[in-house]
Design a protein around this ligand. Structure first.
Ligand code: SDX
Length: 376
């Protein structure tokens, strides 16, 4: 009988000071600070500093950090020509994974594992990823690329490059809050991927490229796009209950619900639910929020007893849609934020590294005779 823990459930594989999750109580803290306090009072740029330095910044170092981050938004001609060479039909997550990998080719020391140098590279990737996504989206829409504006915050600059106009304060704050909420979350699949790659002393570009690959999966970061597809499939809030019941009867997964760790309400979903309701109402998407509420009500009645509640992806879909983002940009948004958490974990992994190499229970035959192909 194998002793393997399927999906490594319950296995502790690292120590971290970046985020703490209490799945039973629905608690998430970044370095001990409640996620709600950070979403309300902090900024994604501050949280990114925390992820890369394991503490919030003091004023002078924060000013230096944002000067460096915002000063790195720009893309080289080589990177821009690569983006222009991409088929406009490429899926944004495949494009982003490819372009982050390509950034390594412009770095004279891509393979450095010196922690301060890796931190510098991480800031570069974090700063350029939004510019890459915005440039690709503009090109596929047949529009001119909008150059980044280093006077704008991470959140405002992305929306500016995407829409060629500065966002309202409300939209900037909403998007910034989404970035804060998605920055880190313990040893989730993409973060674990990042740590495994880093543990071989490979480079930060490979580690983040691998993490993007893991995040794209519909069981992980891809779920927010799955939620939007589901909401588009349901014609009205009145039809939501039957839709959910049919899915459950077919033993299909309802995207945006359930979690390996949370067996209670994901605190990020609590915050995003309020944000989604406010934004949906303000942007004429109240119907989307009404459908989401109806789905949640049915799921609460049917499966809450099994510890299945909304997770971060359920209300982020309505929020991103109300901000005006195209459906296939939802998971890239998750990646833009999570680059900060992945990088933070890569730095933690490098500090006292040991190669991550678990075992597998061999359950196959032994002493099997080799037969030539003619005899098989
Ligand atoms: C993220 O790990 C992280 O921290 C991830 C994340 C982060 O910030 O990095 O929080 C982000 O990835 C959130 C999760 C996004 N994924 C989805 O919304 C996809 C839908 N969710 C499920 O596929 C599922 O809940 C998982 C994958 C998230 C977790 O699955 P587990 O822990 O492997 O649980 P399981 O598949 O073994 O399910 C346990 C039971 C099963 O029922 P039984 O077979 O025991 O009767 O719960 C049921 C499942 O059928 N179940 C669901 C369900 N999720 C679990 N039933 C219906 N709909 C769902 N969404």
């Amino acid at each position: 009988m194998s002793t393997a823990s399927k999906g490594l459930e319950g296995i502790v594989a690292a120590e971290t000071v970046l985020s703490f999750i209490d799945g039973e109580k629905g608690i998430l803290e970044y370095n001990g600070i409640a996620i709600n306090d950070l979403a309300k009072h902090s900024s994604f740029e501050e949280v990114a500093f925390l992820m890369l330095n394991k503490r919030l910044p003091k004023k002078p170092e924060f000013e230096a950090f944002i000067t460096d981050l915002r000063g790195s938004y720009g893309l080289s001609d080589h990177t821009l020509s690569l983006i222009k060479s991409m088929p406009t039909t490429a899926q944004p997550m495949h494009m982003l994974r490819t372009m982050v990998s390509a950034l390594a080719m412009e770095d004279p020391e891509p393979n450095s594992i010196d922690i301060p140098e890796v931190r510098v590279k991480a800031v570069r990737i974090l700063a350029k990823a939004p510019t890459i996504v915005a440039a690709f989206d503009r090109l596929r829409r047949g529009l001119d690329i909008v150059s980044p504006d280093p006077s704008l915050s991470f959140a405002a600059n992305f929306l500016y490059m995407l829409n060629a106009e500065r966002p309202t304060h409300t939209m900037e704050r909403a998007f910034d809050a989404c970035m804060i909420l998605h920055a880190d979350h313990g040893l989730n699949a993409s973060t674990f991927t990042c740590r495994v790659i880093t543990s071989t002393l490979s480079d930060i570009y490979s580690a983040i490229t691998g993490a993007i690959g893991a995040l794209r999966g519909p069981l992980h970061g891809g779920a927010n796009e799955g939620v939007m597809h589901m909401l588009n499939e349901i014609d009205s809030p009145e039809e939501a209950e039957q839709f959910v019941m049919n899915k459950l009867a077919a033993r299909d997964r309802i995207m945006g619900f359930g979690h390996r760790v949370y067996k209670s309400y994901d605190p990020r979903a609590t915050y995003l639910k309020t944000l989604a309701e406010q934004l949906a109402t303000d942007t004429g998407n109240a119907d989307l929020y009404a459908k989401s509420s109806a789905i949640e009500k049915t799921m609460a009645r049917e499966v809450a007893s099994k510890g299945i509640y909304p997770n971060v992806d359920f209300y982020s879909a309505t929020t991103y849609h109300s901000i005006g983002l195209k459906l296939d940009l939802f998971t890239p948004m998750f990646a833009l934020s999570r680059i900060s958490g992945w990088a933070g974990h890569a730095l933690e992994q490098l500090d006292g590294n040991r190669l991550i190499r678990p075992s597998a229970d061999y359950v196959g035959p032994h002493n099997t005779q080799y037969l030539p192909i003619e005899q098989r």
